[in-house]
Design a protein around this ligand. Structure first.
Ligand code: ATP
Ligand code: MG
Length: 174
């Protein structure tokens, strides 16, 4: 990555309480491999990749233009993917999440970003290179009330996600 490029993605942060539950589940299931630290747990909305810094303002404007209501998400099943990746997913995909991801992909595509609009699958990665599979799924819920534009950096082999900007979602009332 050149100095003028930044690695970016839009995502949903996993709040502290839910992150603690995710970590506790990983411990209960004795997951090994590269466990994702609590502060990095998130659900990706759209991965942008290496983007010239000069386009940052445009991405901030796209973030600003997107609107969503708050919604509940419950991660109640897991999947094991290639390279020992273990992730948690919702059985019931929140309509507002599907809608936000679709709108975001469309806006980004219109602006010339290469986003896979066909197969969005909301998931929270908990481990990579895991030598074993979990046995029992958890049930971890939270209210999604914001989305974030992250910068992803590699710091001596560790991923660091910096929050560049977060946008609140509209509350559904009392
Ligand atoms: P590393 O690649 O060094 O292991 P990372 O995967 O944590 O670190 P990034 O590669 O910057 O960091 O990815 C940031 C987020 O975007 C992660 O949730 C990752 O799963 C997701 N992501 C990365 N590449 C893609 C891709 N090609 N398509 C969809 N999502 C992606
Ligand atoms: Mg990666």
């Amino acid at each position: 990555m050149s100095a003028e490029h930044v690695r970016l993605f839009f995502g949903l942060p996993c709040p502290d309480r839910a992150a603690r539950e995710v970590i506790a589940w990983g411990l209960r299931e004795q997951l090994k491999g590269r466990l994702i630290p609590a502060e990095n747990l998130h659900i990706t909305l759209a991965f942008l990749g290496e983007i010239p810094q000069a386009r940052l303002n445009e991405l901030l404007q796209i973030g600003e233009s997107l609107h969503s209501s708050c919604f509940e998400i419950t991660l109640d099943r897991f999947e094991c993917w290639a390279h020992g990746l273990i992730c948690l997913l919702p059985t019931h995909k929140p309509v507002a999440l599907e809608y936000l991801a679709k709108e975001m992909a469309e806006r980004l595509t219109q602006s010339g970003y290469k986003i896979d609009t066909r197969r969005y699958k909301a998931h929270l990665t908990i481990a990579r290179k895991s030598p074993s599979r979990p046995k029992q799924a958890p049930s971890i819920s939270w209210t999604v009330d914001r989305f974030v534009l992250y910068m992803s950096k590699n710091d001596g082999g560790r991923s660091l996600y910096l929050k560049l900007k977060e946008w609140p979602m509209t509350s559904n009332g009392p």
